[in-house]
Design a protein around this ligand. Structure first.
Ligand code: GLU
Length: 439
C-alpha cells in the first residue's frame, strides 16, 4: 500500500504569524531597526463582541464579530468589514495586518484595521441583515471613529450596509458622522468611483504590465475567479479594451468560452438573476451561448495570459500551485496565494502582482471619500479617476523599480516599500538607537 504524502494545510490559527513572517524576506533588503518588525508582530487592539439579533420568526440568534486595529502609527486604522461564515479572529488580524502594509504601499495617511462577523449573509432576510449591521456597529462604536478607525465594505458587505452603519453610528454619538465609514451610497456621502475602484486599480496595474510586455489585448486571455464587485469591474474594463475574458466563476462554479465572453451580458444577468450564465444579451433579450462549465479549482488551472483571483484567501496553495499555467497573476482578493505557493510560482517563473498593491484601488478611493466627507467638497467621477490612476501608477512603478533594484519578486518589493514607510514612522517615534544615544 502506498501512502500519499499531502502538504499539511496551514493551521487556521497560524495565519497571522505566517503573514507577518512574509516580511522577513523584505526586511533583508531594507535598513530597518528590529523594533519595526517587532511592532508589526502585534495587533494594537482587538475587540470581540457578541451581536444579538431578533430574527423575523421571533427567535434570537447570537453572532460573533471582531474589529482589529493592527497599527495606527501612520494614521487612523482603515479597512473593511466582512460577513462570512468562516470569519475568525485570526483571519481578521491577518487582514488588518495586510491593510497596514497596503495603506503604506499606497502612501495613504492610514494604518491598518479590519473587522468581520461570522455569518452567512445569504441566509438572512434584508431586515435581519439591517438589524445585524446596526447592532454590530452599535457594539463597536466606542472602538471606531473618523479619527481612530474607519471601516469600509469587504467580502459580502456593500454600500447599503455601510449606509446603515454610518446612520447607526451617528445615532450612537448624536452627531451626523459620514467620515466614520467609507464605501457608502453616494446619497449618504459616498464617493463617486468607489464601487469600481478596486477593479480599476487592478486594471491600472495590468495596463502598466501591458506596456512592459507589449501585449495586444485581442490576443490576451483572461480568467477571473470571483465575480463580485471587484471581479466584475476588472472583467468589464479589460473586455472594453478588447481583452478576451474567456472564463469567470462565482461561489457556485464557472463558465469557459475560448473566444471570450460578452462581459456586459454576464454582469447584467448575474446581477439580475444572481446566477452566472453564459449569455449574450441585446436589448432585453438574452440568448445562451456555447460554453463549458468549470469548478472554482479548474478555472485557476487554465492556460491563460492573466489570472485574476478575486474571491477569497488561500485559493492557490502548495496543493495546486504546480498546476497553475497563467502568464501573470493579479491578486484582486486579499491573500489568494499562500506563502507555500509563492515559492512554487516563483520557481515556475509566474509573476504575481501582489494584493497589497493590486487591490489597493478600493482603499485609495476610500481615502478620497474620507477627505471629501471631512472637507464637504465632493469631487466629480473624472477627478476621482484621475487621482486614483495617478496614485496607482506612481506606486506600481515604485514597487516595480524596487523589484528590479533588489532582484526580488513584486510581493517582496511591495513589502520593502511598506516597511520603509512604516519604518520611518517608527524611527520618528524614537527607537533604541535614539534613546541610547544620550541626547
Ligand atoms: N476591503 C477593502 C480592502 O481590503 C477596502 C478597504 C477600505 O476601503 O478601507 O482593501
Amino acid at each position: 500500500m502506498t501512502v500519499e504524502s499531502k502538504p499539511t494545510p496551514p493551521k487556521p490559527e497560524d495565519a497571522f504569524e505566517r503573514a507577518v513572517a512574509r516580511l522577513d524576506q523584505a526586511a533583508n533588503h531594507v535598513e530597518l531597526h528590529t523594533e519595526v518588525i517587532e511592532r508589526l508582530k502585534f495587533a494594537k487592539s482587538i475587540l470581540t463582541v457578541s451581536v444579538p439579533v431578533r430574527m423575523d420568526d421571533g427567535s434570537l440568534r447570537m453572532f460573533e464579530g471582531h474589529r482589529v486595529r493592527h497599527n495606527d502609527l501612520r494614521g487612523p486604522g482603515k479597512g473593511g468589514l466582512r460577513y462570512h461564515p468562516e470569519v475568525t479572529l485570526d483571519e481578521v488580524k491577518t487582514l488588518a495586518f495586510w491593510m497596514t502594509c497596503k495603506c503604506a504601499v499606497m502612501d495613504l495617511p492610514f494604518g491598518g484595521a479590519k473587522g468581520g462577523v461570522a455569518v452567512d449573509p445569504k441566509s438572512l432576510s434584508t431586515r435581519e441583515l439591517e438589524r445585524l449591521s446596526r447592532e454590530f456597529v452599535a457594539r463597536i462604536a466606542d472602538f471606531i471613529g473618523p479619527e481612530t478607525d474607519i471601516p469600509a465594505p469587504d467580502v459580502y458587505t456593500n454600500a447599503r450596509i455601510m449606509g446603515w452603519m454610518m446612520d447607526e453610528y451617528s445615532t450612537v454619538v448624536r452627531r451626523r458622522t459620514p467620515g466614520v465609514i467609507t464605501g457608502k451610497p453616494l446619497s449618504l456621502g459616498g464617493s463617486r468611483g468607489r464601487d469600481t475602484a478596486t477593479g480599476f486599480g487592478g486594471y491600472i496595474c495590468l495596463k502598466e504590465w501591458e506596456q512592459a510586455e507589449g501585449w495586444t489585448p485581442q490576443d490576451t486571455t483572461v480568467a477571473v475567479q470571483g465575480f463580485g464587485n471587484a471581479g466584475q469591474a476588472i472583467a468589464r474594463l479589460l473586455h472594453d479594451d478588447g481583452y478576451r475574458v474567456i472564463a469567470v466563476s462565482d461561489s457556485k462554479g464557472g463558465i469557459h468560452q475560448p473566444e471570450g465572453f460578452d462581459v456586459d451580458s454576464l454582469i447584467r444577468t448575474k446581477n439580475e438573476t444572481r446566477e452566472l450564465k453564459a449569455v449574450y444579451c441585446q436589448g432585453s433579450l438574452c440568448e445562451a451561448v456555447d460554453a463549458d462549465t468549470l469548478d472554482n479549482e479548474e478555472i485557476l488551472k487554465l492556460d491563460v495570459d492573466i489570472l485574476v483571483p478575486a474571491a477569497l484567501s488561500n485559493v492557490i496553495s502548495e496543493a495546486n500551485a504546480t498546476d497553475i499555467k497563467a502568464g501573470v497573476i493579479l491578486e484582486l482578493a486579499n491573500g489568494p496565494i499562500d506563502d507555500g505557493a509563492d515559492a512554487i510560482l516563483a520557481k515556475k517563473g509566474i509573476p504575481v502582482i501582489p494584493d497589497i498593491l493590486a487591490n489597493a484601488g478600493g482603499v485609495t478611493v476610500s481615502y478620497f471619500e474620507w477627505v471629501q466627507n471631512r472637507s464637504g467638497d465632493y469631487w466629480s467621477e473624472d477627478e476621482v479617476t484621475k487621482r486614483l490612476e495617478k496614485r496607482m501608477r506612481t506606486q506600481f512603478q515604485a514597487v516595480r523599480d524596487l523589484a528590479a533594484e533588489h532582484e526580488v519578486p513584486l510581493r517582496t518589493a511591495a513589502y520593502i516599500l511598506a516597511l520603509k514607510r512604516i519604518g520611518d514612522a517608527v524611527e520618528a517615534m524614537g527607537t533604541s538607537r535614539y534613546f541610547n544615544s544620550g541626547t
